[in-house]
Structure formats: structure tokens, C-alpha cells
Design a protein. Sequence first.
Length: 481
Amino acid sequence: MYPGLLVDFIGSLAVIVITFTAVRTSVHISRYAPDVLLFRYLFYQSIVLFVFAAGRATGHIIKRVLLLADRGDIWDMISPLSGGLNTLTFVAFSIIILMYVNVRSLSRQIKALIAEKKRYKSLLEYKTRIFDSMLFPAVVISEEYEILDANRPFIETYQGKNRKIIGRKCYEVTHGLPHPCASGDHPCVVKDVIEKGKTLISIHRHRTPIGDRVFELYTSPVYFEHIHKHAVIEVCRDITDEVNAEAERERLRRQIFQSQKTASLKTITEGIAHEFNNILVGILGNAELILQMSSDSRLRDRADKIIHASQRAEELIKKMLYCRRAMQSPKRPFNFRLFINDFYKIVLSSKPANVDATLRLDIDDITLTGDPEALNEAFINIVKNAFQAMPEGGRLEIDIYQTRKSKNDYLVIEFRDSGEGIEPQVLERIFDPFFTTRDVGSGTGLGLFIVRGIVESHEGEIEVKSTTNKGTSVVVYLPCH
């Protein structure tokens, strides 16, 4: 009996030790190659085998102990249950292992997802820092004109810090329009860039919280492969100051050129006027002698025409010389408000019946130093031109106000009419002496030439802006010193 009992004990213990060794070996193998399916299968099988073998061996040991203690009745009682307990333990442990494996796999997946999320978040923050650190505003626009992304300079430039901009249409944000840009001076390049697949450069005038600004746009194609979507990235460089500086340089260049041309023409005109004046003295004298000495009616009629033409020429010469006298006339202090009120009375008395005239005085009493008679002549010339530009009637507005220009204070006299306007090619020559668009005999072409000379003799400036069929604005700047 005892040798059999000993063999049973040793055999049961050996089964437990062997199956446990198999578990340890499979653990080492699965750790060495965790991705090999066969090794993972052997690992789980060894654990299940260990549980089953340990349960069976333990049952044998308990049975031998009870029989040795002469308590076979207890074994007879629990024997039917040992098989069920063995099976239940095997099944329960298998379920636990499966659950553990599934939970562990799910845990690994969750950790992988969390790690991936952190990686994407890090990449997004990296991209955002780079995007926001750009010097110029930049925006990503879809082919449906929707703003997909924008850097901080763009948001601050167009909407301020607290306004939602992502998801809105680009033309709403940059142009304040309800539809895509389609005008000749604002062509939309989004579709062209996507179709051609290359960067295009354009210039647009954009609406911003601080007013309209001019931007140079660099628009490049972008393709988002993961969503199969075409878009563009647009970098906006504000060139307003450059455009204004260039416009100011061009204005000064034209002003200097015009001043030099005017000075040369004045010298030539004055020289010609003096010479013609001497010639006219001889012509008029001889024509008058013919009238006195001849009784021939035909000869007297011709002499009369000579005298009439000479008198017109004499008036023209007086106008040519008037500019010089006005420029060299002595300047004295005078009350400009009283002066302009007297001038406005002349305007009202001389205007056509179908023209409305208004005066807006946005100044207090102010004293200017100058020649009021010469200024009166200049302003009357401007008003006459305005009336002649409105043969069918219209409106003349005279605004008087003060402004600061080039760090100096100026009194501004602005004349605005609703007349025919001036064509661009004519506008460049309106200050030239003898230049006129009127019929021969109805104008000398010296009016604005004289006006400019008078204004410049007062250290002032004159600007003319005009739109065909809409009207003309003549702005006179006189220094307030």
C-alpha cells in the first residue's frame, strides 16, 4: 500500500512541477517574441494545462490522504464533486484568461490611441506655432471659398481677437461681399490656382477694421490627401503704405514737373506778351490813321476789323500779364470769413437759374495774409468753369474747412460741381496756358493758368479731381500762417 501511495504522491507533485515549468518556459518564449501567434497560443495552453493538471494531482493527493486516515467515507462524499470542480475550475480559469487577454489587448489599444492623440496634438501645436509665427497674415481656403484655417496675424488683421472666422466665406471676411469676387480689379484666383496647380500673385483691396487696405496676395495650391480635398493657402502682404508712398512720389513728380513747366511757360508768355504789345501799338496806330485819313468805305471797314482784332489781342495780353502782376502784388492780412461771404454773393448773383449753389463754412474767423482781389479773381475763374460744365443745370457746392497736410495747417476751399467732368487726357493739361477744349473765340485757355499762378503766389496748392459725367472737384489749399 505504502509504495503505491508514495508513487501517487510523487507522480502528482511531478505533474504540478512539470506543468508549472512549462508555464515558466512559455512565459519566457512569449516575452521574447510577443508578436508570434504560435508562442502566445503555447503560453495560454500551458497555463490551462497547469490548472487542469494541478487540480487533478491535488485531487489524487487528497484522496490518498483521506484513505490513509481511514476516512474513505469523506472521499466517497466529495468524489462525485471533484470532477465537476475540476471542470468548473478549468472553464472559469479559461474565461478569466480570455477576459484578461481581451482587457489587456483593449488596454494596449487604448494606450496606443492615447499616444497617437498626444502625437497628433503635439503636431497640431507645432503647426499652429509655425503658422502663427508668420510675419504676414495667412489663410487656408477651400475650393468652395470656405476658410479652413487662419493664423493669428490674419484673424487680428481682418476681424480682431474675439471674432469667429473659421468656417466663414473668404469674400465675406476680406471684401464684405455676399458673393465671390468677380470684378476686373478684384479677380478671384482660388479656382485658377487649383486648376493650374501653381502659385499666382495678385493685388486686392481688402476691407479691415481700420479701413480699406491694399494687399499683395501669394496664393498657392494645397491638396489634403486624407480627405481628398483641394484648397489654397493665401499669404497677404499689406502694401498700402508702399502704394501710397509711390502715389505720393508720382504726385510730387508731376507737381514738380508742372511747376517747372508753368515757370517756363510764364517766362515765355510774358516775353511774348511784351513783344506782341509793342507790335500791337504799331498795328492799332496805323489802323486808326487809316480810319481818320481814308474815305473809302471798304478800306475803313477792313481797318475797323483790324482794330477790333487788335483790341481782342490786347485783352489777351493783359490777361497774360495779369498773372505776373497778381503774383507780385503786395500781400496784406484780411478776414477770410468776410471775404468768402462777399465772394459768395457774387456767385449767387452770377449763377445760371438752373444751377443750385451752396456754401458750407466750417471755420471760425480766420485771418490770412494775401491779395484778396487776386484770390477773388481766381475763385471766380473756378466758378465760371463749373457753371460752363453744367449747361443743363446742376449743383455747385463750396466747402470751407481747415486741415493738416505735410505737418502744416491749411485752409481748404473746395469747389464741387455735378457737371460733365473732365477726361483723363485733358485733365493733365488744364493748367497749360492757351489750352482749351472750347470752340475758337469762346475761351483763351488762360483761366486755370492764372488761377494756379495766384494760388502758388500765396504758397498754396491746387488739386483737380474729375470723373466723366459725374462732376469735378477743385481743391485749393492756402497756408494758415
